[in-house]
Design a protein around this ligand. Structure first.
Ligand code: G
Ligand code: G
Ligand code: NA
Ligand code: MN
Length: 249
């Protein structure tokens, strides 16, 4: 596709920007972390959402410079907040082909050191598919990241190729239930899944996160079900870091 061939230059020319969406404490509503979500400010097509260009990028080598750029921006921004006395952990999506390479551990270690950011201020979000190929090697890389204090979240849990065995084998900190279940929580069957996942996360000692929370009624149900963190349009859309500071102030 034409977009894909333009992406490499777009990365170099600084056309990518990160927006941040808050994750709030389910009980107090306080912001606990921010997820970085990439956008492409395309000179002719306007602001492109990742769904348009990230999946294609994941099938080519450009996913490496793209992810390096995203990590550098997100860690740099997290470091600015950290050194301004407003530390807030930032979550970055780590695509499967990136987690499949050993270099990512050193890339992240180098960026944390360069910006003077403690590892505990970074969360990496992986999908289950990211670890399906060579789960032992992925687990080892995640362990090396966690030794630096970086936390690991499983994203979109319950969508795609779920293997419950992975939850016992991988070094994990957070479980993010896929928003499909959250948005159908008023249906008995989805509610049953949500409650079961909550019990499982508790048993495994994982921080439990719901994404796609769009109204207060859903937020109340999730808080009652024992969810720790909530994310969704009800609490805030992804937005540029400067606007986030204004809103948070
Ligand atoms: O913002 P939007 O709803 O279009 O996001 C679509 C998908 O793109 C989501 O699944 C999200 O996880 C993914 N995504 C958003 N930002 C990033 C990013 O910075 N890197 C990667 N690899 N995926 C991202
Ligand atoms: O796959 P991932 O969970 O990273 O996807 C994040 C995407 O979900 C972002 O692109 C964001 O725009 C979108 N998103 C965030 N909050 C909501 C929400 O409340 N409802 C819906 N439908 N999408 C959301
Ligand atoms: Na994510
Ligand atoms: Mn998700």
């Amino acid at each position: 596709l034409r977009l894909q061939s333009e992406l490499r230059a777009a990365v170099d020319q600084g056309q990518l920007e990160l927006h941040y969406q808050r994750l709030v404490d389910a009980r107090t509503g306080e912001t606990r972390s921010l997820e970085a979500l990439v956008r492409w400010r395309h000179p002719r097509h306007g602001l492109l959402l990742p769904g348009v260009f990230v999946p294609g990028a994941e099938r080519s080598e450009v996913i490496n410079p793209l992810t390096d750029r995203i990590l550098a921006d997100a860690i740099g921004q997290a470091a600015r907040w950290h050194h301004a006395g407003r530390p807030v952990p930032v979550a970055v999506n780590l695509p499967a082909p990136v987690l499949a390479q050993d270099r990512i551990v050193e890339v992240i270690r180098g960026l944390l050191a360069w910006h003077g950011l403690p590892g505990r201020s970074l969360i990496v979000e992986i999908t289950e598919s990211a670890v399906m190929t060579r789960p032992e090697e992925s687990a080892e890389r995640l362990r090396r990241l966690r030794e630096q204090g970086v936390r690991v979240a499983v994203d979109d849990f319950g969508a795609g190729y779920t293997s419950l065995a992975l939850l016992t084998q991988l070094p994990l900190d957070e479980l993010k239930l896929d928003r499909a279940f959250v948005q159908r929580i008023h249906h008995d069957r989805d509610r049953a899944i949500v409650d079961a996942v909550a019990a499982m996360a508790r048993g495994l000692g994982l921080t439990l996160v719901a994404e796609g929370v769009e109204d207060q009624a859903t937020a109340d149900i999730l808080a009652g079900a024992g969810f720790d963190l909530l994310q969704g349009y009800h609490f805030g859309r992804p937005m540029p870091p400067d606007r986030l500071e204004t809103v948070a102030a």
